[in-house]
Design a protein around this ligand. Structure first.
Ligand code: SF4
Length: 83
């Protein structure tokens, strides 16, 4: 079975709407499960420099990095030494 790209599932939804929805999910998450702001920024900076980042998605795991990085228990699929 071919798995559709998450971006394709969101056809017609703007980038801003996706970012707003991710921000809503993160703010609804209990604070203890959320990545502290400084760590979140560091994680996103590493993603921004990573060749596996494509249109806001990590091609290694298929996640929106804005969301994955915001969940404290998550790690980069290429290894915890990244984040
Ligand atoms: S989660 Fe890891 S592999 Fe994916 S884009 Fe970020 S740094 Fe790269």
């Amino acid at each position: 079975m071919k798995i559709p790209c998450r971006k394709c599932l969101l056809e017609g939804v703007s980038e801003e709407q996706v970012q707003e929805k991710i921000a809503e999910y993160l703010s609804a998450m209990p604070e203890a499960e959320r990545t502290p702001e400084a760590d979140y920024s560091n994680r996103l900076a590493k993603c921004a420099d990573c060749p596996s980042l494509s249109n806001g998605l990590c091609v290694q795991c298929g996640c929106f990095v804005l969301y994955r990085a915001g969940k404290l228990s998550s790690h980069c699929p290429l290894g915890e030494d990244r984040w």
